[in-house]
Write a protein that binds this ligand. Structure first.
Ligand code: UN1
Length: 507
C-alpha cells in the first residue's frame, strides 16, 4: 500500500470476548487519530462499559479450566507459533503503530520485536517453569514447590509501547496458565486489537485472551474492581497506579505497577564524549522522550560540561521532526495535544528555573501543523531540586545538571522520587562498579544510555516507580503464578515437623 492509501484507511474494530468480535453493549464508539495528522482517523472502537468487562471476565473464567490444565509445553507450542506470526507481520504491525502512536518506524519495529522476543522466551518457559525441590528435614519425606496458575488477569497497557507491553504482560501470564482481559490505552487500541487478532490466528483458544477497549473510568475501573479478576498488571501514570492499588485492595488482588521515571545519565570527566552524545540523543529523544526509561536528567562533570553542552546543542538543533513513516524523520510527534500542552507548561516552569539551550516550543510549521509536535528541548544550569529536574515530563525534554564531585553526583542521581533506570559514562572501572552499587534504580547501565532493556532480564524500578514487582524474564513468572509447597511423606507413620527431631542431639 502507498503511504497515502495507508494513511487514509479507517477501520472499524470490535472487542474480543470469548472468541467473538463484539460491539460495546451500549453501541457507543470512539476514534483513534494519528498524532502526526489529526485529520487521519486510524480506527473506530467500542466505547465499552462495565457490562462488556463483565462479559469478558466471564469468558476468561470459562476458558480458564481447560487452558490451565493444558500442559505448559503445549501452551508453549502455541506461543512459538504466535511468535512466528508476529515476526511475519512485523512490518504491518510496525507501520500501524507508527500511524497510530507516532514513533518513528525503526522504533516501531523495535517495539514489535520486543513482543516477539518475549513470546519466544516465554514459549521456552513452557518446558522449564522451574519450581524447586529441597531435602525434607524428615526421613522418607519429599519436599518441593510448584508453580500454579492464578486465574483471570487484567492487563491495563499504555500507549507508548502499544505492542511490546501488552506482549510482555500477556505471554508470561499465558504460559503460567492464566487467562486474560486486556484494556489497551485509548490512544492506541488498533495496535492492541491487531496484535490479539494475530494471537488468535496463532491458535490461542477462544476466551483465553479477551480485549475490551474504552476509557479508564468505564473499563479500567470495572476490571480493577471485578471480583473474579485475581491479578492486575498496569503500566502508566503514578497517580493512576496509586488509584488502581486502592481500588484493587477491597478484593485483595495482586497488583503490579510500572510507573514513572526521572532517569539520569551521569557523564564523568573521563567519558568518551562522542559515545555519550550518541547515547544521550537516543535515550532522551527516542520515542520523543515518551519512555518510562527516557533520560530526562544529564548530570555532567564541570570539566567536560561546556564542551558536551555545545556538542549536544548542535546535534539536537539539527534533529528533524516529522511523520514517523518518513525515513528522513529523527523525532516523531508526541501522543496528542494534551501532551503538547503539558510539555509546554513545563517550558514556562523551566525558563524560570534554568537556561534554555535549544527547542522549547510546540512545532506547528508547514507539514507539522496538523499534528502534535514538540521541539527537542535542552535546559542547562538546572538545579537538582528544580521542578524540571524532579517531575516526569514525558516528552522530548532533558535537563543538564553540572556537578564537580562523585558524592554530589550520587546524591543527585538518588534525589528524585523515581528509580527506574540510571546510567554512567566513564572509563574508570571503580566508578562503574560504585554506580552499580550506589545508584538507586531497577535498571543500571555503564557506557550505554538509559533505554534498551532486553526481554530476558527483570524490568522495573525502585521507590515510586512501582510497587516492587518486576516484569519479563524469570521475574514475570513469579508475578503470574502462585507457589504451592508440597510435602509427600512416604514413611508410613506420623512424623511431626519441628517436634520429632530424629537427627539432632536432644539433651
Ligand atoms: C517503557 O518505557 O515503558 O528499555 C518501556 C526500554 C524499552 C522498554 C521501555 N525496552 O526503553
Amino acid at each position: 500500500m502507498s503511504t497515502t492509501a495507508e494513511r487514509t484507511a479507517t477501520k472499524t474494530y470490535r472487542n474480543l470476548i470469548g472468541g467473538e468480535w463484539a460491539e460495546a453493549r451500549s453501541g457507543k464508539t470512539f476514534t483513534s487519530v494519528s498524532p502526526a495528522n489529526h485529520d487521519e482517523v486510524v480506527g473506530v472502537f467500542p466505547a465499552s462499559g462495565p457490562e462488556d468487562v463483565d462479559a469478558a471476565v466471564g469468558a476468561a473464567m470459562a476458558a480458564f479450566p481447560a487452558w490451565s490444565l493444558m500442559p505448559a509445553p503445549k501452551r508453549g507450542e502455541i506461543l512459538f507459533k504466535v511468535a512466528r506470526l508476529l515476526a511475519e507481520h512485523k512490518e504491518e504491525l510496525s507501520r500501524l503503530m507508527t500511524r497510530e502512536m507516532g514513533k518513528v518506524l525503526t522504533e516501531a519495529r523495535g517495539d514489535v520485536q520486543e513482543a516477539i522476543d518475549v513470546a519466544y522466551y516465554m514459549a521456552g518457559e513452557g518446558r522449564r517453569m522451574f519450581g524447586m525441590t529441597v531435602p525434607s528435614e524428615m526421613p522418607d519425606k519429599f519436599a518441593m514447590a510448584i508453580r500454579r496458575p492464578i486465574g483471570v488477569v487484567g492487563l491495563i497497557t499504555p500507549w507508548n509501547f502499544p505492542v511490546a507491553i501488552p506482549g510482555w504482560k500477556l505471554f508470561p501470564a499465558l504460559i503460567c496458565g492464566n487467562t486474560a482481559v486486556i484494556k489497551p490505552a485509548s490512544d492506541t487500541p488498533a495496535c492492541a486489537v491487531r496484535f490479539v487478532e494475530l494471537l488468535m490466528e496463532g491458535g490461542i483458544p477462544d476466551g483465553v485472551v479477551n480485549v475490551v477497549t474504552g476509557s479508564g473510568t468505564d473499563v479500567g475501573h470495572a476490571l480493577v474492581e471485578h471480583p473474579d479478576v485475581r491479578v492486575i498488571s498496569f503500566t502508566g501514570h503514578t497517580e493512576t497506579g496509586i488509584d488502581i492499588s486502592r481500588r484493587a485492595a477491597d478484593t485483595l488482588k495482586r497488583v503490579s505497577l510500572e510507573l514513572g521515571g526521572k532517569n539520569p545519565i551521569v557523564i564523568w570527566e573521563d567519558a568518551e564524549l562522542q559515545l555519550a552524545l550518541d547515547s544521550v540523543v537516543w535515550s532522551a529523544f527516542g520515542t520523543s522522550g515518551q519512555r518510562c526509561t527516557a533520560a530526562s536528567r544529564l548530570i555532567v562533570h564541570r570539566g567536560v560540561h561546556d564542551e558536551f553542552v555545545e556538542m549536544l546543542r548542535k546535534r539536537v538543533g539539527a534533529l528533524v521532526l516529522g511523520d514517523g513513516l518518513d525515513p528522513a524523520t529523527d523525532v516523531g510527534p508526541v501522543i496528542n495535544d494534551v501532551a503538547v500542552d503539558r510539555i509546554d507548561g513545563y517550558m514556562r516552569v523551566g525558563r524560570g528555573e534554568a537556561e534554555l539551550v535549544v527547542g522549547g516550543r510546540p512545532a506547528r510549521d508547514g507539514a507539522l501543523a496538523k499534528g502534535s509536535f514538540f521541539e527537542p528541548t535542552i535546559f542547562t544550569e538546572v538545579k537538582p531540586d528544580a521542578r524540571i529536574a524532579q517531575e516526569e515530563i514525558f516528552g522530548p525534554v532533558t535537563s543538564v545538571i553540572p556537578v564537580t564531585s562523585w558524592d554530589e553526583a550520587v546524591r543527585i542521581v538518588n534525589s528524585v522520587k523515581y528509580g527506574l533506570s540510571s546510567s554512567l559514562f566513564t572509563r574508570d572501572v571503580n566508578l562503574a562498579f560504585r554506580s552499580i552499587r550506589d545508584f538507586d534504580s531497577g535498571l543500571g547501565y555503564v557506557n550505554h544510555g538509559t533505554i534498551g532493556a532486553e526481554a530476558h532480564l527483570p524490568f522495573g524500578g525502585t521507590k515510586s516507580t512501582g510497587n516492587g514487582h518486576r516484569e519479563v524474564g524469570q521475574a514475570a513468572l513469579d508475578f503470574f503464578s502462585e507457589w504451592k509447597s508440597v510435602y509427600v511423606d512416604y514413611s508410613g507413620k506420623l512424623q511431626r515437623a519441628q517436634i520429632d527431631m530424629t537427627f539432632v542431639d536432644q539433651e
